[in-house]
Design a protein around this ligand. Structure first.
Ligand code: UDP
Length: 313
């Protein structure tokens, strides 16, 4: 069975490619390398360097495939506020073109990368799939629109709504690290902190026990295990939405403490202003992931920090 992985040169997509190959699938990667890195694509995968917005690239990529894992997207909240049209074109336009070409090729199976950003400011935690989505930024809005498009497509589809993805896979070809530029995510920023450039703690006056924001971190290997289970349990001509997180929350200070344990020294950190748009607490209700996918997360915050450290040091 051949799987098309869109965005397979990115951090999460490349982890999916490695784990799909390991599980015995054939893999085609479609990636325009706008943010991905070609050196992470294994030689066993067929690579099409191209765009979702090119019919020719889509035809080449979909040829011989039986199912799709769709990761390719613009995914920076701040950038999406500055360039909403770009996010609409690439995320919504690109997905629409992909779905249309899948139909032309007779491919009906798809697992999609969605996000907790579709929920916006939660009215309650943990957040369940039944809670009303209300994205607070164009990134979340484009991802919600994709989920709505796929829901009416007639495909056998599962959208997986990620909370905070961290950690790394040590693949046959080395560590598949998170390599964003600029890096905005907490764990890599903690691990890159120096005395001259300490990590900033965005807000210490949040309504949480230690005053810093709480997030639900999930190891990228647990995340992709859930994708493979989703691929193997796709509903017939129906769309499901499933949250992926650990079901537990960690504050920024708790993550810094876990990192200090992993690296064995104090992490330089400074208290800073709140970052615009951050909700205080995001935690996933993962009841559906556990029951529907017969899955559970197995790697905790200490391992996420340690694997991230090993992948970037
Ligand atoms: N954060 C922080 N300093 C940083 C990056 C992030 O204090 O350099 C905080 C951020 O405000 C949020 C949490 O860490 O509460 C996780 O942020 P991240 O950008 O990793 O993921 P997000 O939750 O925005 O998807």
């Amino acid at each position: 069975m051949r799987i098309l992985v869109t965005g397979g040169a990115g951090y999460i997509g490349a982890t999916a490619v490695a784990m799909l190959l390991e599980a015995g699938y054939d893999v085609t990667v479609l990636d325009d390398l706008s943010t991905g890195h070609s050196d992470v694509i294994p030689t066993e995968a067929k690579f099409v360097k191209g765009s979702l917005l090119s019919n020719q690239d889509l035809d080449e990529a979909l040829t011989g495939c039986d199912a799709v894992m769709h990761f390719a997207a613009k995914s920076l909240v701040g950038e999406s506020v500055e360039k909403p049209d770009l996010y609409a074109e690439v995320n919504v336009g690109g997905s629409k073109a992909l779905f249309s070409k899948m139909k032309a090729h007779g491919i009906k199976k798809i697992v999609l990368s969605s996000t907790a950003a579709t929920y916006g400011e939660p009215k309650r935690v943990p957040i369940s799939e039944n809670d009303e989505p209300a994205p607070k930024n164009p990134y979340g809005a484009t991802k919600l629109e994709i989920d709505r498009m796929v829901a009416t497509s007639g495909f056998s589809a599962i959208s997986l709504r990620y909370f905070n993805v961290a950690g790394a896979l040590q693949s046959a070809n080395g560590w598949l690290a998170e390599r964003h530029n600029p890096e905005t995510h907490l764990i890599p920023n903690i691990l890159k902190a120096t005395n001259d450039a300490p990590v900033k703690i965005f807000g210490t006056d949040w309504p949480t026990e230690d005053g810093t924001c709480i997030r639900d971190y999930i190891h990228v290997v647990d995340l992709i295990e859930a994708h493979i289970k989703a691929l193997e349990t796709l509903p017939e001509a129906k769309h499901e939405i499933i949250n992926l997180g650990s079901g537990d929350g960690y504050s920024v200070r708790q993550v810094i403490a876990a990192a200090e344990k992993a690296v064995g020294h104090k992490i330089p950190a400074i208290e800073s202003e709140r970052r615009a748009g951050d909700p205080a607490i995001l935690i996933a209700d993962i009841t559906k992931a556990k029951s529907y996918l017969n899955w559970q997360p197995n790697r905790g915050i200490d391992q996420m920090v340690l694997d991230t450290w090993n992948s970037i040091k």
